[in-house]
Design a protein around this ligand. Structure first.
Ligand code: HEC
Length: 101
């Protein structure tokens, strides 16, 4: 079976391909509620920062949300999270915000 090694390599890479591990996802969700929530509200309906609900972010492209999370918004209270998050994790958060109400 000539294709066997390729298949095995694929299977070995599977956890990485599947994205964020479950326990890291739990941490990210916690961070979202506690840290982002301190400015955007525990229910993401807004506070010092704007609402981060699905409807509020509906028209904002995912790449823009990811960029804002990683780099913040200069000259506002929105801080950059790049020191704490990988791009993959920022994308996970953006996806969470845009899909979960
Ligand atoms: C210290 C307060 C603070 C924290 C903590 C914070 N933000 Fe913000 N955020 C802001 C403010 C203020 C704005 C609006 C800036 C402006 O005037 O454009 C903002 C804007 C945003 C926007 C753009 C929203 C829009 O409609 O323009 C996104 C997305 C966002 N924040 C995501 C997050 C996420 C995700 C986290 C947690 C990882 C987070 N923020 C944590 C203060 C904060």
């Amino acid at each position: 079976m000539r294709s066997a090694p390729t298949l095995l390599a694929l299977l070995a890479a599977w956890p990485a391909l599947a994205g964020i591990p479950t326990d890291r996802a739990v941490e990210l969700e916690h961070m979202l509620l506690q840290d982002c929530g301190s400015c955007h509200g525990l229910t993401r309906k807004g506070g010092l920062g704007r609402p981060l609900t699905r409807s509020a972010l509906e028209t904002m492209p995912s790449e823009v949300v990811v960029a804002i999370i990683l780099d913040g918004i200069p000259d506002t209270a929105m801080p950059p999270w790049r020191p704490l998050l990988t791009e993959e994790e920022a994308a996970w958060i953006a996806d969470y915000l845009k899909t979960k109400e």
